[in-house]
Design a protein around this ligand. Structure first.
Ligand SMILES: C[S@@+](CC[C@H](N)C(=O)[O-])C[C@H]1O[C@@H](n2cnc3c(N)ncnc32)[C@H](O)[C@@H]1O
Length: 453
């Protein structure tokens, strides 16, 4: 039987990586299968973020070379992105209970069955070939979506005819986007530097300070990174900072700053002037901001760890800010390309819990805004319940706020959104199948000027 006949018989699914590999992909060694099986035994418990579990696994596993590591890492991500169809193919065997077999299924789907040698497969050859005979494209649309049912249902209802394209886009990896720190460099300069070193880099289509890389070099040792000329940030996230549109010398608050991805973008737009408060309840996460703001050359940022959104330090600043950003904690469903395990770890109970935090944080943050000031509510969620519904509920209780058209806010800064994104006006909505970015939501609210009588 020829290679091609055998592959067809086995029904191996054609991923991008798989197609690439057939033109000279790696041979999968027994060591890779064994170690991937061990890694999956941990990761498929789904009791922690996959990237953290993976880093720990590699740290403790010295015998793996860099080539083996990258094959294993890719296969872990592939498994998490295709867990529904893998489980469907393997039925009644449960992937988490048979991690070595799952490892072989994933590797065969990525590189083709022939990449696995018979000694490695051993007695599993029969079951493996049986499993690969079930073709993922024959599974139900729900199984092919590679999502839990609650999320599949909600996204189907929201996106209608576009849902299949969205589901496909969420199975892909995401590109590596950079934001150029305009305090220290120009975009063309950075692109020239990257190109000179053999990295294919293009300007992002929407964000004026963004660069999209077609490969993923380890940039942290590069001078342009160490000197603070660039930071890693998805193009959609860069545009959230543009929705805030802070000006030089203003009082600005990033209420949910985390490790400061958007804080740094805001600080650069303010040209390191005025005061930029960065709040977060997670002190550890917030501590990541200090070295980043130093590297970026920002002297206007004030990180403050708060206990809750009603902290007295927050209350003392009532009515003091020109601009407030609420980058709310959310389901993260817009980032499934980067965090494929999240879809299996998130559930409706957790969504309801986060939903109530979102309303409370928006309520508290809104009190900081001065008359005539701007409040931006943002998430990296695709779910309307965390986005439009939160903003509508807020506006119904706060007639002193009105909504601005996010498309206009961006157009005034030279950012032209694609037509499909404009259709969501007045909201800013990014979805991976439409914009090639992670999924993001933004609403721009203005606190009406108080009339003097
Ligand atoms: C989406 S993340 C922020 C990401 C960050 N803005 C960035 O661009 O990298 C949401 C953040 O909200 C924080 N958070 C959760 N509850 C909060 C609260 N009650 N008040 C302030 N921040 C909160 C979380 O700790 C988390 O860092």
């Amino acid at each position: 039987m020829s290679k091609e006949e055998r592959r067809k018989k086995a029904g191996a699914h054609h991923s991008v990586a798989e197609r690439q590999s057939r033109s000279g992909g790696p041979r999968v060694t027994g060591l890779i299968v064994d170690e991937l099986g061990k890694a999956l035994a941990t990761v498929l418990k789904l009791d922690g973020p996959a990237d953290v579990l993976m880093s720990r696994f590699f740290r403790l596993n010295h015998k793996l070379g860099s080539r083996d590591r990258s094959i294993i890492a890719e296969a872990i991500f592939f498994t998490l992105r295709h867990l529904s169809t893998i489980a469907w193919q393997m039925k009644p065997i449960v992937p988490a209970r048979a991690p070595r077999l799952t490892a072989m299924v994933a590797l065969a789907r990525i590189y083709g069955r022939d990449a696995l040698d018979e000694r490695t497969v051993g007695n599993d050859a029969g079951p493996l070939d049986n499993i690969l005979r079930s073709k993922p494209e024959n599974a139900t649309p729900f199984v092919q979506s590679e999502l839990p049912y609650w999320l599949y249902e909600r996204l189907n209802e929201q996106f209608g005819d576009e849902a299949p394209a969205l589901f496909e886009s969420m199975k892909e990896g995401a590109p590596l986007d950079l934001r150029v720190n305009l305090l220290k460099a120009k975009r063309e300069e950075v692109i020239a530097e990257l190109t000179e070193h053999g990295v294919q880099a293009l300007p992002t289509p929407m964000s004026p300070d963004g660069i999209r890389l077609l490969t993923k070099p380890g940039l942290t040792s590069w001078p342009i990174y160490r000197e603070g000329k660039i930071d890693v940030q998805d193009e959609g996230s860069q545009l959230i900072a543009r929705l805030v549109q802070p000006k030089r010398g203003e009082m600005v608050c990033d209420f949910c700053a985390g490790a400061g991805g958007k804080t740094l973008a805001l600080g650069a737009l303010m040209r390191s002037t005025g005061r930029l408060y960065a709040f977060d309840v997670n002190e550890k996460r917030l501590s990541g901001l200090t070295p980043r703001m130093r590297r970026a050359g920002l002297s206007n940022v004030h990180p403050i760890a708060i206990k809750t959104e009603r902290d007295t330090r927050v209350k003392r600043l009532t009515g003091k800010f020109d601009r407030v950003l609420v980058d709310a904690p959310c389901s993260g469903t817009g980032t499934l390309r980067r965090n494929p395990d999240l879809r299996w770890r998130m559930n409706e109970e957790e969504l309801a819990r986060i939903n109530s935090i979102q309303a409370n944080v928006l309520e508290s943050a809104s009190r900081l805004v001065k008359s005539g000031g701007r409040l931006v509510y943002a998430t990296c969620s695709l779910l309307e319940v965390e986005n439009q519904r939160v903003v509508e509920a807020f506006l119904s209780k706060h007639p002193e706020y009105e909504i601005m058209d996010a498309t206009d806010v961006l157009a005034k800064q030279g950012v032209n959104l694609p037509e499909c994104a404009k259709a969501h006006a007045p909201y800013f909505v990014m979805a991976p199948h439409q914009s090639g970015t992670d999924g993001f939501f933004g609403a721009v609210l203005v606190k009406k000027e108080m009339r003097q009588s």
